[in-house]
Design a protein around this ligand. Structure first.
Ligand code: ATP
Ligand code: ZN
Length: 216
């Protein structure tokens, strides 16, 4: 028995759309946390892992900085933040797409429609890259939430946002005209994990694989 035990620290969403599925995966992998109400850090019983509960927006940087070793986050959030991490596993939950949508009444002529338009989004970095690739000159207007109401109140001509069922678009008289990226939850890891931590990660991924293979 070593006196200094290596612990792998994993950043998980504190609450929100990825929280329950993330916790469920950990639980079913036999990694249970002593979570108390509102606690930010939790030790695991029976496995050398501890959890750090954060907003999903903060997870990529926390892993990049090495404050956490790995994290579970949406590919969309990972791409938007732009920190270079290693994607070690796709988790098959938290599925959504990032799409462009315009008012239902508009006649869509292809991506050129966006030239000279103002587009509201919470994902400016991903959108900027897409428009650059397509040689579209559009104005990107960053807003934090309720992006889908922007065209209706005259704040923008179109939106770029997360779509899952599409019902939010319909409720706001918008139509989806293009998918820019598909996303799901992924395990991201710091690129410079020490070997002891990498070994714990491998054991954890082995358990994830068994759980996911038996779930279907
Ligand atoms: P936080 O408080 O952690 O910042 P949030 O409000 O930014 O949470 P959530 O709405 O909980 O984020 O979504 C977290 C992630 O879940 C998204 O970034 C995306 O990867 C995924 N997701 C899957 N389906 C949807 C959906 N229908 N709407 C929003 N996000 C979804
Ligand atoms: Zn967030």
């Amino acid at each position: 028995i070593k006196d200094t035990e290596t612990i792998l620290r994993i950043a998980l969403q504190k609450s929100g759309r990825l929280h329950d599925d993330s916790m469920d995966l950990m639980n079913r992998s036999g990694i249970k946390f002593n979570t108390g109400a509102g606690r930010l850090v939790a030790q695991s019983t029976g496995f050398p892992v501890e959890a750090l509960f954060l907003r999903d927006d903060d997870i990529p940087q926390t892993v990049y900085d090495g404050v956490a070793d790995i994290g579970i986050v949406g590919e969309n959030e990972y791409a938007e933040k732009g920190y270079e991490l290693e994607i070690v596993k796709h988790l098959n939950f938290g599925k959504c797409r990032l799409s462009l949508a315009i008012p239902k009444s508009e006649h869509y002529t292809g991506v050129g429609w966006f030239d000279g338009k103002k587009v509201a989004t919470s994902y400016p970095r991903i959108l900027k890259k897409f428009f650059e690739e397509k040689k579209i000159q559009a104005e990107i207007h960053e807003i934090a939430g309720s992006v889908e109401i922007a065209p209706g109140i005259g704040l923008a001509d179109a939106i770029f946002d997360i779509v899952s069922s599409g019902s939010t678009l319909v409720a706001n008289s918008l139509k989806e005209v293009g998918v820019v990226m598909y996303s799901q939850a992924v395990v991201v890891a710091n690129k410079n994990l020490e070997p002891e931590k990498r070994e714990i990660l491998d054991q954890m991924l082995f358990r994830f694989n068994s759980v996911m293979a038996s779930a279907t």
